[in-house]
Design a protein around this ligand. Structure first.
Ligand code: SF4
Length: 674
């Protein structure tokens, strides 16, 4: 483990420098933040730029990264709770806000049952240590089965295919673009997104360097995006036809004897079933559906199989389309068939320092993934990972009958803007009996709330990317301390969420959030000492709790996870190992090295093998086949498009990001227009 020495902070007279990981997208860049004393007391941010010594980002920053100052100082940002009275929001104290939630929300739950409430967890929670850890008690206390999140309008298909193939929704292989010879990328535009489900700062620079060293980048996308423009080849597939293209590539590789499982040999079940499933999808058969010449498809398959190293990577364009789960599956089927899964330059698994289920418990041991355990009330859409698709939220609210949703809790989400069918959802929210939001803004969604609880800004809270580092293209660990103190009487984020959980479980509006925190850490320590694979197996719970003191909140949980994680110091077992203290002493992060092969130990499937042909996915192949004809009925298909500057609708007041021509526009090809 290479631990970088902290570089001396370059201070100007009267200023100080702090370091923080940017939480605004999945790239997780290191920021260097210069502060000075403010005229009204305290400190103010003078400048934010890329941290040149950050072990992952090496100074890279995009236009969004420097806007944390504007977000923090935005006068429109909520600093105290607000309660709606006579149709207007009124600022109140924290005790009053929680008392209002108790008085308004609990009667709805008592009268109609827990499923009368829904909860929506927004995307920023994935970038937020407190949100990642303390939303769970809120969900448990609410006790509803109507759980929704941004994941079901984004990456859920990839989580499903990864869970079925490798045994974990975040057991997602990521493209090793720094070492690959050949990258086949579908539905991804990292020049706008900065990368997704594949965490790395400076995706654009990494792609350019891939090409400079003689590698190939093939971009499959209906639109000639900026990424497609720089690629070695742009393949303009018809929208939504990625599954056909990939199935045909599987057919070519399996029928031409190009299968080479490499390091996966002996670790794969279902190869014959995949060969059978793909047999009919020849390049000629899918040519019209994909809009691609059969010979182009054949060449793409042969080039992928023939490259010294290669990886296939699909992103949001593949998961927000019909057959998104089949496409996500086929991406990794191709990685396996070409011997590129789990080798340098291929698709690899990160080994995160904390929080990853693929580093906990027995290797090659997992439970069966159970999906579709229930369906939504109105349309009958299936549950996945405990959630229903966000697209059914509006109908669950505005369709009368048993189980109708009459109350909502949102946490850092703006589904009226970010989920489909927004006009209907907007109207449905207006008709709810009670709504509570945890958010820093009054926005299109939270304007309907009865109570809004604001949390501190990114600059006021500690940060560690529990989720994103599980998807990183290079293993690192980096904790950021709060840069600025909390405002007067502002509770920390975990305290807000813990107190909300207590109100929802009927413990009263003034119950101490420490109750939730202590319960959480105690149960986590109990689980660790009871786990025979943990470095603290068999030790006393009280001893470990004593060693974690006096920390509280997310930092205490993070410290436990780091110390018992794969690089951890194991509470004395390895003095050179990681802990939160080590990360605090290395503000530019700890470099844990390039990704290394992790098979077979990374697998958490019930039989310890890679499931190349999960039953649930094979069962969907006939529908894919049937869809070949149906596609002719839709001469025009609308596809989504990303943009570098917006983020989670929080940037609406940041002038540098919103100025210029409107970007919410529809693009139409001139031939189609004609
Ligand atoms: S690329 Fe993402 S993480 Fe990096 S500065 Fe921009 S918004 Fe922040």
């Amino acid at each position: 483990m290479a631990i970088a020495e902290p570089a001396p902070a370059p201070t100007e007279a009267g200023t100080r420098t702090a370091y923080r990981t940017c939480p605004l997208c999945e790239a997780s860049c290191g920021l260097e933040i210069t502060l000075r004393p403010a005229a009204e007391g305290g400190e103010e941010v003078v400048r934010i730029r890329g941290d040149r010594d950050d072990v992952f980002s090496r100074g890279y920053i995009c236009p969004k990264g420097s806007t944390l100052k504007q977000l923090h100082e935005d006068p429109d940002r909520l600093r105290r709770p607000v309660v709606k009275r006579d149709g207007r929001f009124v600022e109140v104290g924290w005790d009053e806000a929680f008392a209002e939630i108790q008085a308004r929300l609990l009667p709805v739950l008592d009268a109609r049952g827990r499923d009368a409430a829904a909860v929506y967890i927004g995307n920023p929670n994935a970038h937020n240590l407190a949100g990642m850890l303390y939303n769970r008690p809120v969900l448990r206390s609410l006790g509803t089965t109507n759980v929704f999140s941004a994941s079901t309008v984004d990456q859920r298909p990839k989580e499903i295919s990864s869970a079925l193939m490798f045994g974990g929704g975040l057991n997602v292989p990521v493209p090793d673009i720094d070492r690959t010879d050949h990258l086949l990328m579908l539905g991804a535009n990292p020049f706008a997104s900065n990368g997704s489900l594949a965490t790395a700062p400076d995706w654009p620079g990494r792609l350019e360097r891939l090409i400079e060293r003689g590698g190939t980048v093939v971009v499959v996308d209906p639109r000639r995006s900026r990424t497609a423009d720089m690629a070695s080849e742009w393949v303009p597939v018809r929208p939504g036809a990625d599954a056909y293209l990939l199935m045909a590539m599987v057919q070519v590789i399996t029928s031409e004897g190009l299968v080479d499982l490499g390091g996966c040999a002996g670790l794969v079940t279902g190869l014959d079933e995949v060969v059978d499933a793909a047999a009919a999808f020849t390049p000629e058969v899918v040519a019209s559906a994909t809009g691609l010449d059969a010979e182009v498809i054949r060449r793409l398959a042969r080039e992928l199989a023939g490259a010294p190293t290669a990886c296939v990577y699909g992103r949001i364009g593949t998961t927000t389309a019909e057959f998104g789960t089949l496409t996500s599956w086929l991406v990794d089927v191709l990685n396996v068939l070409t011997g590129n899964l789990d080798r340098p330059g291929g698709a690899m698994f990160a080994k995160a320092a904390a929080g990853a289920s693929n580093t906990r418990g027995k290797p090659r041991f997992g439970r069966e993934v159970r999906l579709h355990r229930r369906t939504s009330r109105v349309r009958g859409l299936p549950e996945t990972f405990g959630e229903l698709p966000a697209v059914v939220m509006a109908e669950e609210m505005d369709t009368p009958g048993d189980g109708q949703v009459r109350a909502l809790v949102t946490i850092a989400g703006n589904p009226v803007l970010s989920t489909p069918n927004s006009a209907r959802l907007d109207a449905a929210l207006a008709d709810l009996e009670c709504m509570v939001s945890v958010d820093i803004y009054i926005n299109e969604t939270t304007r309907h709330a009865d109570v809004i609880l604001p949390v501190p800004t990114a600059l006021q809270k500690g940060h560690y990317d529990l989720a994103l580092l599980q998807l990183a293209l290079h293993d690192t660990a980096n904790y950021s301390e709060p840069v600025l103190p909390l405002d007067d009487d502002q509770p920390s984020e975990w305290e807000v969420l813990a107190r909300l959980a207590l109100v929802l479980q009927g413990a009263g509006s003034s119950a101490e959030p420490a109750l939730v925190d202590d319960l959480m850490i105690t149960s986590l320590v109990q689980a660790a000492v009871g786990d025979e694979t943990s470095p603290i197996h068999g030790r006393e719970v009280d001893e470990i709790l004593g060693l974690l003191a006096p920390r509280t909140g997310p930092e205490r949980i993070l410290d436990l996870q780091l110390r018992t994680g794969p690089y951890g110091e194991g509470f004395g077992a390895d003095p050179d190992g990681l802990s939160l203290d080590v990360l605090l002493a290395t503000p530019h992060g700890v470099d844990l090295g390039a990704l290394k092969p992790r098979l077979p130990d990374v697998l958490r499937t019930p039989d310890g093998m890679i499931a190349l042909a999960p039953e649930l996915l094979l069962a969907d192949v006939p529908r894919l086949w049937a869809g070949l004809d149906g596609r002719r009925d839709h001469p025009f298909v609308l596809v989504g498009r990303g943009d570098l500057r917006p983020n989670n609708s929080w940037m609406h007041n940041v002038s540098v990001l919103v100025k210029g021509k409107p970007r919410c526009t529809a693009h139409l090809h001139p031939d189609d227009a004609a």
